[in-house]
Design a protein around this ligand. Structure first.
Ligand code: ADE
Length: 244
């Protein structure tokens, strides 16, 4: 997969050199390039923002540096069709695990990191010819810019690419993979500071362990995220789940 990130703080994305995503880049599974928006400015001060039409607080990102940067990303695209352009914004659709799975199928993703009050709206309209433009939010809170959201989204998508996570089984039994939160996990020692572990995990009975874990998933989800249970497709929960 190819990923391009445009930002006025390219150093923010240095964390993508680390851990599994860094290794995926080294192994050639992920071709990730970060571009400095300021290198697409043409004035002496490398200006990327200006005051908002209509007044109000804060500054708005100027359209022309964005057009030049995005044109350059589009020109270099290895994708057949329009690459997906994610614009992180608290005004976007909320990012989910399902979205991560869908994005992991793409050959080219681009990310446009806004700062200040956001990017001049005309850039998104203009970019529609070159990209499949999608404003995406990390959640219902406000960050100072898109960079932290990009770190989260690139990690969530990148770990789904074939070969990035060593044991693909670990992607199956994790939170949100089946619409529920994941079950609690324990490791040695079995007695730690006076606390034991659920007996069933020592039983060697795989069916009972699976049922225990499923019950815990359901109990946790009902307690912490009841909204997720309402969103499950009809028939997802077994009789045993409903009895738990
Ligand atoms: N930029 C600012 N706030 C954001 C959020 N909640 N999600 C994505 N990008 C953002």
């Amino acid at each position: 997969m190819r990923i391009d990130v445009v930002s006025i703080f390219p150093e923010y994305l240095a964390a993508l050199d680390l851990s599994l995503i860094g290794k995926a880049r080294q192994d050639g599974l992920l071709d990730l390039r970060v571009h400095d928006l300021r290198s697409y400015t043409t004035d002496r001060h490398r200006t990327v923002d200006d005051t908002p039409y209509g007044g109000g607080a804060g500054m708005v990102m100027k359209p022309e540096p964005w057009a030049l940067a995005l044109q350059s990303v589009s020109d270099a695209s290895p994708a057949d069709g329009r690459p997906v352009l994610i614009v992180p914004s608290p005004a976007g659709a909320v990012f989910t695990q399902q979205m991560a799975h869908e994005l992991a199928e793409e050959s080219h993703l681009a990310f446009a990191c806004g700062r200040y009050e956001g990017i001049d709206e005309r850039v998104l309209e203009w970019a529609d010819e070159l990209f499949d433009v999608r404003p995406v939010s990390l959640g219902d809170y406000v960050l100072n810019g898109g960079e932290v959201a990009v770190l989260a989204m690139v990690e969530a998508v990148g770990r789904l690419l074939p070969g990035v996570v060593g044991n693909p089984a670990s992607l199956v039994e994790e939170s949100h993979s089946d619409g529920l939160l994941e079950y609690p996990v324990y490791t040695k020692p079995s007695d730690w500071r006076g606390r034991g572990i659920p007996e069933v995990l020592l039983s060697g009975n795989h069916a009972r362990i699976a049922q225990f874990r499923r019950d815990e998933q359901f109990r946790r989800t009902a307690q912490r995220r009841p909204d997720l249970l309402e969103g499950l497709p009809a028939g997802t929960l077994s009789k045993a789940d409903l009895a738990a």
